[in-house]
Write a protein that binds this ligand. Sequence first.
Ligand SMILES: NC(=O)c1ccc[n+]([C@@H]2O[C@H](COP(=O)([O-])OP(=O)(O)OC[C@H]3O[C@@H](n4cnc5c(N)ncnc54)[C@H](OP(=O)(O)O)[C@@H]3O)[C@@H](O)[C@H]2O)c1
Length: 251
Amino acid sequence: MIRTTGRVALVTGASSGIGAATARLLAERGMRVVVDYRQSDRAAKEVVAGIEDAGGQAMAVKADVRDPVAVDAMIERVRAEWGGVDVLVHNALTPYAIKPFQDMTWEELGGKLDDEIRAAFTVTKAVVPAMTEQRWGRLIYLGTGLSRRPRAGMIALGVAKAALAQFGRYLAQELGPLSITVNVVEPGPVAETRISQVLDDEEKQRQITATPLGRLAVPADVANVVAFYAGEDNAFMTGTTAAVNGGMSMY
Ligand SMILES: NC(=O)c1ccc[n+]([C@@H]2O[C@H](COP(=O)([O-])OP(=O)(O)OC[C@H]3O[C@@H](n4cnc5c(N)ncnc54)[C@H](OP(=O)(O)O)[C@@H]3O)[C@@H](O)[C@H]2O)c1
């Protein structure tokens, strides 16, 4: 049986991959979970059904995280049904171009930067007022190791996620006095996600060889770290970055 904590968690981009695994784990830990998504209605409903079958509570809400009107409507619905959001896991992955700088247009690089920071800004603005009022909150942003360690073709994602990580650190400084913690989780390559399906076997093997723990991460590895940051136990870590990459970043 799941013992409820009374906390409400919003996980953006929770119809797939790391977001779905995080939604399931937070529900297992007794949080009521909002499964945000952009278009995969069926997948989002399946995540909710899985949580409910396991005895947890969840609701699926379709909202593009780049759209303030849609995000505000989502938060209003959550507020009406469950009260304010206590935990934000901002995980949604907006599309980006994979190509070298020399082939990239400003619209591609600048567009990804704009999407990334607009989305983080929009969802954060929507949840912080209730956290401020109750003097408790958890903000967790999904970054990537590629924001520190360049990989061919990943300049748009890497630069946008580096900006996201710094956004998080500024929030940690400003919101600390309100007992709102802010942390960034930076996975290495994660299997069972959409991007992993487009990597060829040779690239996957290269990544495994570069990982001391000898395998790729699975979404649950990342969810476990997010859940620590999201929980009551994390009272004193803020402004930190967790590298969930099996040791890959030591090189
Ligand atoms: N996979 C990896 O190897 C890896 C490595 C490092 C970091 N990360 C980071 O971890 C996070 C999750 O990655 P993932 O690979 O698990 O993602 P994924 O499997 O590609 O799933 C992306 C999720 O984001 C949602 N989404 C996309 N655009 C959205 C929007 N505008 N508004 C709301 N939701 C939106 C999708 O919903 P719909 O299907 O409904 O559109 C889906 O639920 C990302 O921030 C990513 O950068 C991933």
